[in-house]
Design a protein around this ligand. Sequence first.
Ligand SMILES: [Zn+2]
Length: 457
Amino acid sequence: MSRYSRFLRKAVLPLGSRLAGYGDFLPYLESLEASQWWSYDQIQALQNAKLRRLIAHVYEHVPFYRQVMDQRGLKPADIQTADDLVKLPIVDKKALTQHYDAGLRDHSIPRKQLIHATSSGSTAERLHYWTTKSQKAKKWAGLFRWWEMVGYEFGDPYVTFQLAPNQGFKGWPLVGRLEWLLLRHHWLSAQEMTDEVLAQYVENLRAWRPKLFRSYASTLYYLAKRMNEAGLNVHVPAILTTGETLTDHMRETIARAFAPGEVFNEYGGDGMQIAAECHEHQGMHINAETYIVEIVKDGKRVAEGELGEVVLTNLEATATPFIRYNIHDVAALTTAPCACGRGLPRLSHLEGRLTDMFVTSDGHWLTVHQFTAFFAKVHSVKAFQVIQKEVDFIVIKLVVDDHFSQADHQRIIDTFRGYMGPNVRFELQFVDDIPTTPVGKRRFFISEVIQGAPSKV
Ligand SMILES: [Zn+2]
């Protein structure tokens, strides 16, 4: 550890986080740094102890769980291990948002300590829930543990690339500014990407020499693609992509722009830091001290290695409990040891969020991967977005350059026809720009029908 990093950890961070009310941050981070090297058995024992504590608490203080457990004839003692979770119902965004302010609230926490939060949802309704400073501190600890896993230390310069800069210490502008300065945090706006902006960004990155560059996968892919086209390269040792599916093609494109840097995928959602890749790149380690992950298909758990929907239990959240929360992403689980030595189980395949996949009326899944790989080969297409308007009606928005030909047009139609089968209608729309979402993602796929639908995986 560098001296500067040690100074930050020993002096600045404990004081700063305690002043702002986030005193749980550093102790929790330290516990995560240690327990990641435990055996899987030890980690499971920790999970089960936390689960028992959680269930006893929500039975006492969260009306929804008192009612559900009473109806099912369950007492807290009936939930001893993660395997017992199947006795409780699976909930989703809709249920949480509907009940978060009454039935699904921890009534032992004074209202003034509750912080209202919404997820950065993409197309459908937002998730509303309560959190607390303690929960947020633990969430950040989970995040920083991932950063350390890919080589970052406190004090290393890092860059975030998104629509608006994050302020860690909301409501504490001075602490926030100080945090940026001390942590050498820089920000690039993902708002526009003209040639001048691109050149400026490359210059900034060269000057700041970040150890870590973090952004939504699609946004970073777009930047990297432009850099590659312009023959620009900046070495960044660790690139963390978040928020969306990272396809192989996207990963290669990003790796080339920041060569010889390494691309790591990080998986979070609905306010949770769930999993991230280590240097082995063999799946993503789950933040298992904080989350129990179940993989579920048609409401039932599937065997290790099988694909299904990700169902999460947040062991540290009670303000709004996330117990068996179906986040509607698709993945498989492995508990086999990783060559890095960490005992944390892994998501072996993060196939993508349901919004990165379409299902047609004949039950066929289309994945974002097929489309990014295809459009990477059509050079006259600068950007694209696929929108599923109805189950069997798809709109494809394209930004094309002067080289776009009738042959390209036909190739796109033929390819999509092949992907979707004869029953799907689709329409090509030529547009000047693909706007980013309010949080700065450039979504390739938008399904206006799939969000929240039960899985048919
Ligand atoms: Zn590993």
